[in-house]
Each structure stands twice: as C-alpha cells, then as structure tokens.
Design a binder for this molecule. Structure first.
Ligand SMILES: Nc1nc2c(ncn2[C@@H]2O[C@H](COP(=O)(O)OP(=O)(O)O)[C@@H](O)[C@H]2O)c(=O)[nH]1
Ligand SMILES: [Mg+2]
Length: 317
C-alpha cells in the first residue's frame, strides 16, 4: 500500500506504473530488436564498416524504416570516429541515446489550453479508435474533467454499440443516434448535451473510411463546421489512431490521412501485440505530427503517454 499520499509520491507511483506498462507493451519489439542487434554484432569487437552494414540491416528489419536506420548508424559511426565508443560493449546504451535524440527532434505535442475541448478521433477501421476513446475518457475523467462521448461512427451499427458498452463500464455518458445517421448531427446533439451538462471533454468517434478520401474529408469538415458554430470557444483537436502491428503500412496510412485531414496528434495502438513497435520512431520522425499516446493493451488503463527517453529505453535499452 502507498502510505505516502503526497503528490510527489503519487506521481512517481503513477510514473513507475506507466514505465512497467510500457516495458511490458514493447516486450515483443524489444526482444526482437535485441536479438537482431545481437546477431549483427556477434563476434565483433569494434564498429567497423562490416558491423555498421549488418547493424543497419538489423535496424531496418525492426521496422524502424530505412531512413531512421541509416541516420542511427551514421550517428553511431560519428561517435566512433570521435573515438567515444568504437567498443561495442556499450552499443545499446549509445543506440538508446540516439533513438531518444531522434525522437526529441520531432515536434512536441501541443498542450490543450484550459477550457473545454472537442477531440475528434480518426483512423481506419480496426486501428483501435473506439478502444482508445475509452482509454482517453478514463484518463480525462481521472484528471477531473467531465467527459462525454459521441458515437460518430454511424456507418457500422456495432460501432455505436461498442462505444455504448464502454460508456456503461466507465460510467461515462454516450450520445448516439440510429445507424446511418449523419455524424455531424450526432456531434450537434452531443455539443448541446455537453453544454447543458457542463462537460469539458467531448470525445468523438468517427468512421474510418480512408478509401473514400473525399467523403472522409467532407464528413470531418462538416463536423468541424458544426463545432465552430455550436461551440466557437472550445478547443478542437483531431487525433489519428494507428495500428502499430501493421508496421510500415501504418506509416503509409498516416501519410494518406495527414494529407487528407489536418491532424494534431497521433496515437499508436497494439504495441503490446507486435514486434513492429520500431515503426513509432519512423512515424514520429517523418510526419511532423507528435505522438501523444501509446496503446499497450485492450483495457481502459492500457494507455501510456509518449515520452522519448522511456520509449527508447523500452525499445533498445
Ligand atoms: N492488444 C491490443 N489490442 C487493441 C489495442 N487497441 C485496440 N485493440 C483491439 O483492436 C480491435 C479493434 O479496436 P477498435 O477500438 O474497435 O478499433 P476501431 O475500429 O478503430 O474503432 C479490438 O479488438 C480492440 O480490443 C491495444 O492497444 N492493444
Ligand atoms: Mg470503432
């Protein structure tokens, strides 16, 4: 039991909980990366050209992507040239530092200013939107916000049902309409309800229909207009949910989405079920959109705030 109720103690207990969750979540990726790196440097003592080539190959195979792998080995090579660590015994430590550095160069998350906010959650079917919404709802509620959910994925009847179930479980209200309803109408209803009930976090589920890009854009634009009209003073964010198990495809998907819709932040899901977690680094680097959260399980608590250093440590440390 935690006997010390000070904010510091609570905070550090929370942090170590998150850290073990992250470590557990990235276990498969970590194991595979360490195996590959181990094989690449086996029997070698220094970072020579042959070792660099094998190491680069190992990193590419870990779904970090070619650009990241090349950048990382180049930085390791520069370190070696400076005479710092030609020795391979500390390779992982240096790799960890360089991954942290790369991730820290990505744009930082835009904090939500005080005041109410609408969070629009987008992404293809199956990426983990609805589950992520449940996690975000629990998190925001725990932070003291009054949360309302809007079942804006009216395309599939099961989608609203799934959100309603989460709402029941978390004791958070869900606004929904019949299947096939206009998502913008659902958001209109939800905003009325939100303002009547003093809600300050409205989280909107959406249908993920990337293959009809113009429809998706039109739908999101319409929702945007409803929000601008009905809740002009609310902060508005659009967060894209990506399934990490799809590896480099997640990156391709993210490129498509960010071209079609202005995205403020990313959530990478299912890191607990994949050896492809390295793709997070590629995504963070390439898209110019910050990673906000990582999904590390199917439960409402399985959400971790993204932070470069602990992430790098869980990946290769
Ligand atoms: N292991 C794991 N499964 C997840 C995670 N996030 C979502 N899922 C599962 O992925 C499937 C699709 O999720 P869902 O939220 O319905 O995706 P949506 O179609 O984008 O709304 C469900 O079976 C979820 O339980 C995660 O972080 N880890
Ligand atoms: Mg859904």
């Amino acid at each position: 039991l935690n006997e010390d109720p000070s904010p510091e103690a609570t905070k550090s207990a929370g942090q170590s909980g998150l850290w073990s969750k992250l470590k557990r979540g990235l276990f498969m990726t970590h194991t595979e990366m360490i195996d590959r790196i181990g094989a690449a440097i086996e029997g070698r003592a220094v970072l020579d050209d042959a070792t660099v080539a094998d190491l680069e190959e190992a990193l590419i195979a870990s779904d970090l992507g070619v650009d990241i792998a090349t950048t990382l080995v180049e930085r390791l090579r520069q370190r070696a040239r400076r005479g710092e660590d030609h020795d391979l015994t500390r390779l992982r430590e240096h790799l960890c530092d360089e991954v942290t550095r790369l991730l820290s160069e990505a744009p930082p998350a835009r904090e939500l200013p005080p005041g109410p906010a609408v969070l629009l959650i987008v992404g293809v079917n199956g990426a983990g939107k609805t589950t992520t919404i449940a996690k975000l709802a629990r998190r925001e509620a725990a932070l003291g916000h009054k949360v309302l959910l809007a079942a804006g994925d009216t395309f599939r009847a099961a989608a609203a049902e799934q959100l309603a179930l989460w709402g029941e479980r978390l004791a958070i209200d869900v606004v929904r309409q019949a299947a096939g309803a206009d998502p913008a109408a659902v958001v209109f209803d939800a905003l009325q309800a939100a303002q009547a009930r003093g809600v300050d976090r409205l989280i909107v589920d959406t249908a993920g229909r990337l293959h009809t890009k113009s429809n998706l854009m039109a739908e999101l634009a319409k929702i945007g207009r409803v929000v601008a009209r009905e809740a002009p003073h609310w902060n508005k964010r659009t967060w894209l949910v990506l399934d990490a198990t799809t590896g480099q495809n997640a990156l391709a998907q993210a490129r498509e989405f960010t071209k079609a819709v202005p995205v403020d932040g990313l959530v990478l899901t299912k890191l607990d079920g994949t050896a492809k977690g390295g793709v997070a680094v590629a995504v963070a680097r390439e898209l110019g959109v910050p990673i906000l959260y990582l999904g590390v399980g199917e439960g409402a608590d399985d959400l971790v705030e993204f932070d470069p250093a602990p992430f790098a440590r869980a990946l290769v440390g």
